[in-house]
Design a protein around this ligand. Sequence first.
Ligand code: HEC
Ligand code: HEC
Ligand code: HEC
Ligand code: HEC
Ligand code: HEC
Length: 218
Amino acid sequence: MANLFPRWSNWLPLKIIFCLLVLGGGVSSGIWYYFTPKYTRVGYQPTQPVPFSHKIHAGQLGMDCRYCHSFVETAAYSNIPTTQVCMNCHSQIQRESPKLELVRESWKTGRPIEWVQIHKTPDYVYFNHSVHVNRGVSCVSCHGKVNEMDVVYHAESHSMSWCLDCHRNPADFVRPISEVTNLNWVPPAGKTQREIGQELVKKWHVNPPDKNCAGCHR
Ligand code: HEC
Ligand code: HEC
Ligand code: HEC
Ligand code: HEC
Ligand code: HEC
């Protein structure tokens, strides 16, 4: 008896099941991708090779961020300090501390300490620190209260919508340049953040890219 259907149709149900499986897999791996902590990144807190504490250095000792992150106002990238910067003090202070063993070793051998990078924008995104820091955007807006962290963690999401939330309302964030590395700054009595922000946005003609995709994807 002649087959009414072409041969390939025998495979049709199988193909449909296969497609559903792939689709289902895609959906669940999509959910996995978006909801795992690594993707949202907030809270990511790797163990560093040396138990360096921002709470001690930037908090209690009151060191300015720029003492160590010295390129943050002048370059796209914010640097991590070299071992020499640590040894400015630690060749005298806590010379015997076992917690500083790796620092002394790095100093002797010249091999840099392998700090684990926490914040990273994808390669297809253009980001520049100095542009922000020189327009009164504080470290605290993008990194949280680092001066209170014993171990640094990813405090903000750094997703696209997060960038845009500020780019659409910069007045809620910008402050006098002199206060950018003062993470505890609050507006002076009688003024609100918004009032101060609006003045500065007007004065500096602040206009961050929000609709222009090429502003951040160059
Ligand atoms: C004494 C030097 C020193 C000072 C002062 C300092 N930092 Fe750091 N910072 C480091 C070192 C070393 C690391 C890398 C190890 C770590 O993550 O703790 C680092 C890491 C960071 C990171 C995470 C970088 C990444 O991998 O994403 C941020 C954010 C940061 N610092 C912000 C600040 C801010 C804000 C201040 C000022 C309130 C500041 N730091 C002051 C030395 C310093
Ligand atoms: C301006 C001086 C100064 C610089 C620069 C500095 N430190 Fe310190 N650091 C101190 C002081 C002071 C203490 C001791 C605080 C205390 O005992 O309460 C300390 C404590 C420490 C401790 C804890 C030691 C222990 O046994 O408790 C570590 C670890 C440390 N620093 C690492 C670093 C690293 C890594 C760098 C470079 C990225 C660095 N420090 C740069 C002044 C400095
Ligand atoms: C507008 C948001 C924003 C502000 C303001 C900001 N940062 Fe960042 N920071 C970022 C982003 C985004 C990254 C990841 C950059 C990348 O991957 O190139 C980052 C990365 C870093 C790193 C890691 C660099 C590396 O290569 O490991 C350090 C250190 C850092 N920032 C310190 C600071 C300090 C200190 C300040 C304040 C003076 C500051 N940042 C202000 C958004 C910001
Ligand atoms: C808390 C506020 C804030 C956040 C968060 C923020 N920005 Fe900005 N951004 C600004 C301000 C303010 C300017 C300065 C605009 C001006 O001077 O007209 C700016 C300017 C820029 C510019 C244009 C300057 C240039 O170099 O061409 C780019 C690109 C940019 N931001 C990228 C980003 C990216 C990417 C993120 C997220 C990872 C981000 N920004 C997060 C406030 C912010
Ligand atoms: C203020 C900076 C900024 C602007 C403007 C911007 N983007 Fe993005 N975009 C980002 C950042 C940051 C990421 C990376 C997000 C992440 O790593 O989670 C991103 C990621 C993406 C992705 C990758 C998918 C995703 O969601 O992770 C696409 C697609 C994209 N952007 C398209 C666009 C388009 C289209 C526009 C214009 C309407 C635009 N972007 C404007 C900052 C920006």
